[in-house]
Structures are given as C-alpha cells and as structure tokens.
Design a protein around this ligand. Sequence first.
Ligand code: DOR
Length: 434
Amino acid sequence: MTAVLIRGGAPYGEAPLDLLLDGGVIVATGGEATADERSVDAEIVDATGLVVLPGLVDLHTHLREPGREDAETVETGSAAAALGGYTAVFAMPNTDPTADTAGVVEQVYRLGRDVGLVDVFPIGAVTVGRKGERLAELAAMANSAARVRVFSDDGDCVSDALLMRRALEYVKAFGGVIAQHAQEPRLTQGAQMHEGEVSARLGLTGWPAVAEEAIIARDCLLTDHVGSRLHVCHLSTAGSVDVLAAAKVRGTAVTAEVTPHHLLLTDERAVGYDPVFKVNPPLRTAADVTALRQALADGVIDIVATDHAPHASQDKETEWDNASPGMLGLQTALSVVIETMLLPGLLDWRGVARVMSEAPARIGGLVEHGRPVAAGEPANLVLIDPTARWTVSGASLASLSANTPFEGMELPGRVVATYLRGRRTVSAGALAGV
Ligand code: DOR
C-alpha cells in the first residue's frame, strides 16, 4: 500500500495541516509530512476546505445478519457506515439466531472483517435469546475472538431487577458494560408512540416518558450498589436527562447516548400515520428535543449513536400498528448532528469528534478508534465537506432498506472520504471499491 499525503485538510475545523499516512498510521503532520521521504511516492489527496475528524464510531447499529439478510447484511451495513464516515460500528445482537453465544458473535465479527469496510464489533445479548429469563454466556463471548465488551438486550429491556444486578456484577470481571434499552414493559404494553397530546389526538396507545426514566433511575442505583458500569441506549426524554445528570453528580459510572432522530424530529411526525416515523423509544416532544440537545452540548449525554434499524418494506410499509419500529441512521447521522448541534453553536468540531468518535470508542473499549488526529495515531479518518448540502433519498442509500425518516430533507455536510487504517474505504463520496 502506498503512502497517502492528505494536503490542506483542517483537523477539527482548525488550522489546515498536511497528514502523511503510511502503514495504517498517521506518520507525520504539518511541514514534517511533506519533508518526510515517504511523501515522495505518496498518493496526493487535495483536502483543501475539508474538515478532518477521527473516523466515527457507532455504538448502536443493527446489521440484521444472521437472519434478516433481506433487510440488511454486514456488507451493506458496513457500506452505509463507511459512506457515513464511520470506521467502527457495534452490531446489536437482536439477530436470528440471537448473538448470545461465542459462536454467533464470532460469525458476525468475521463477516465484518471479511467485508473490511469498517471494524464490526458485535454486542452480546445479556440474556439467552433476549428473553429476559437467564443470563447468556457473557464470559464466553468476552473470551471469544470477538472479545465482546458491550452487552445488551436492545429491542427489549432487561426489566428483571435481579437479572440486571447479576449482569452488572458479571461484566465487572472483564471491564464490560451493560447497554440498557430502558423501557418498563408493563408501562408500555401495546405502546405505539409517545404518550402525550398527539397520541391522545391520534388515538394511538401511548409510551409514557416515565417508563424510560424509572428504569434509568433503577439501573443507576443498581450500578452504584454493584460498583459496575452502565450505558443507557437511545435516551429520549427531558426527565431522563434529569435522572442521568443527578446520577452523574452522585458519581455513578453511567454513560448515555442520544440518536440523531431524537435530536431532530418530534412526535408531531406521527400525524399522517406514516410508519417511517415509528421508532422505539418513540419520537418525543419539542421540549424533549431541546433538553436532549442541551444535555449533549453539556456532556450530560455522552455520545450520539445511530440506532440504525433497517427494515424490509413489507415490515415497514404497512399500517402503523403492525409496522416494525426503527429508522436508518448511518448515512445521515453526521449531517443531522451538524444541523442540530454544530450550526446552532451547541458543539464545535472538537465536540462532534468527542460525541461521535472519541467517547463511543472509549465506552466500547476500543483503543484504535476515536484517537486524536495526530502523528503516531492510527489512520482512521473522515474528511468532510462542511459547506455541501444534499437531499436525502432512501433509494440511493447503501443500506438494503430504505426506511429513512429524513427522506426529501436537505441536510448540511457531506462525507468526502473515509480511511480505515490508512486505506481509503470512501473517496469522492462513493465507495472506494476496496
Ligand atoms: O426502533 C427500534 N428498532 N428500537 C429498538 O430498540 C430496536 C430496533 C430494531 O431492532 O429494529
């Protein structure tokens, strides 16, 4: 592989800096990059006007393989991720079969490695079959070739307090984390959308905010009691922000994510009953959106995670009650964060790097992703045109499914190139044909 000299890109949107990549590493920067003898034969990439960030890391992706290869595969999901600026994704275990054994997590891990567009890190299920009855073989998954560190029953809540306690205790031994889908099941039976004024108007069964907030509060207390580590998936309400902030002040080892769709869209979208807007947890109110943005800016919420949830058209394009919840996210996440956080001044580019790369890598236990754009660091990078605008079209996304809630929206910022260990996975905004 020849060396690559990226000229004139602006790390974190700051002063432009040349970057010389060789052997999967950023070997030199600035004047030293052009002075280095390896730059003589290097492929030159003109990055004038582009922002350079560490490759993005998604702690919450559904790749659907094994089992639902009609909705997404590791290959198509990896392509969507690379095009979205990601160099690493964590794959949720609600596959068929469930990723609850060393065998299945190793299968997903190897598929990701064979595709080679992003590093795929499988998340292991907390309970066997995600049924919430008994713990899965967490240590076997941790010790497998996939070296699983994040465990979740996402899609369902580990609602049994004793099981949750045991899971938190168990993962302590190998520095793991439980990523909880916070949803009290009895309070959300049959729920179709956020419980509030809009659900009352539409006659759809409501999903009350307290069903999320109560589980987060309980789990923070359990985490303190056990001395373990908790991550809250797709936090969606202002009340959850308050619970989380209080726990952090107390010193609880808790982190939390917010999705791009919860940063931009509200429950008003359900008017019209278009199931593309059905998601779990549901879209909330404008006041919740404001609180989520502020919490992400303040660091109360740690990261943005996509909850990329592809669904085949027969599962999604049906009446609201029967439609599967979930939305595509990998190729639109960065643009939504630019729209909702960067342009309004709530985050600068360093902040975007923190919430979309550095912090998710740290939470997931990765050492080769989410690193600074600096000499000696792994060459996992994304080059972004901050001035470009584009119109989202589900049909032209790389995902096998088309269920984007941003269809037809014009969004800011485009991924121009992505590098995984110095190898280009995306160039000129298209897959590099690796
Ligand atoms: O909307 C959602 N879809 N929420 C989840 O928790 C699961 C996900 C899926 O797997 O489709």
